[in-house]
Design a protein around this ligand. Structure first.
Ligand code: SF4
Length: 290
């Protein structure tokens, strides 16, 4: 069973009269020789790791070894000012929580990568809380996000060293946008529109980690990726169409990644890593570590 494009998955859904989650269960069962139960057991393990990482970042002391991240998630979660209601504030805090746990070498679910691991948990935990969605349904949303990840990995790249942060937080935002759209009743076409919007907003996003550590700007970029996912899904659910089909947007991310300077692809030689302050922080960190 082979899916090369998102449109192949949509075609399969129409032909088999299944939704995208069910299509991905079929894919997992056939290609990995798993039972349905094994597929869902694996997803539940992933979801529990995601929930735990959010919880840890919001309840425990999380100061990264470099000192760049210092209990920011709790600070955001408990902030008295809300720019747009409690939901967005909590979702923002949850994404940062996972970034902080990752920086402290805690256990996270790389979805799709460690650097972008905050977006999916923040979105899914927030959807569970805000919309009272049971875990079983969230597992189906994870399957939908896996469909996006599968095609993105085939036709572009998750690696910051190949596609910049567009490949990491950009793809995670697209996967999360697909999940939200699915959970709120969007059809396959709307799921793909949400993916297109999220990726277009991330097009050309560089990978420029200060000191080469997955902390700054990674952690706050995850938080912004959450907003991207919710906004992209909102537009898709309202019926707005992305003029460029999602599959073509994915091909464009590959082209843009290939065109990006190596200085902007995880080498810590350009962008924020190469600012005066970025270099000073780098010097300080590595002196301390030595
Ligand atoms: S800046 Fe680079 S290392 Fe950080 S999340 Fe983005 S791609 Fe990953």
């Amino acid at each position: 069973m082979e899916f090369s494009l998102l449109s192949d998955i949509v075609e399969y859904c129409k032909r088999e009269k299944k939704d995208m989650a069910q299509a991905m269960v079929d894919y997992e069962m056939r290609n990995k020789h798993l039972t349905r139960e094994q597929v869902y057991d694996g997803l539940m393990r992933v979801l529990l790791v995601m929930e735990d990482s959010v919880d840890q970042g919001l309840t425990q002391q999380v100061i990264s070894p470099s000192g760049m991240l210092n209990n920011w998630a709790k600070q955001v979660y408990n902030a008295p000012i809300e720019t747009l209601g409690a939901s967005l504030k909590k979702a923002t805090a949850r994404a940062i929580a996972v970034g902080e746990v990752n920086a402290c070498m805690g256990k996270i679910a790389a979805a799709p990568t460690a650097g972008s691991a905050g977006i999916m948990p923040a979105v899914l935990v927030t959807m569970m809380e805000e919309h009272k969605i049971p875990r079983e349904r969230i597992l189906d949303a994870l399957l939908v996000s896996s469909a996006i990840g599968l095609i993105f990995a085939k036709n572009s790249s998750f690696a910051g060293s190949e596609a910049g942060c567009m490949g990491e937080t950009g793809s995670a935002a697209a996967m999360a946008a697909a999940s939200i759209t699915y959970l709120l009743g969007g059809n396959e076409e709307q799921i793909l529109e949400a993916v297109g919007f999220a990726l277009k907003a991330s097009m050309g996003l560089v990978c420029d980690p200060v000191g080469g550590l997955v902390e700054e700007p990674c952690t706050t970029r995850n938080a912004v990726g959450v907003a991207n996912a919710f906004v992209s899904s909102q537009m898709a659910l309202a019926g707005i169409q992305s003029l460029i089909p999602a599959d073509e947007v994915i091909f464009a991310t590959k082209e843009v990644g290939d065109l990006m300077s190596p200085k902007l692809k995880e080498s810590a030689q350009g962008g924020l890593a190469n600012t005066k302050t970025g270099r000073e922080i780098q010097k300080k960190i590595f002196k301390t570590v030595e």
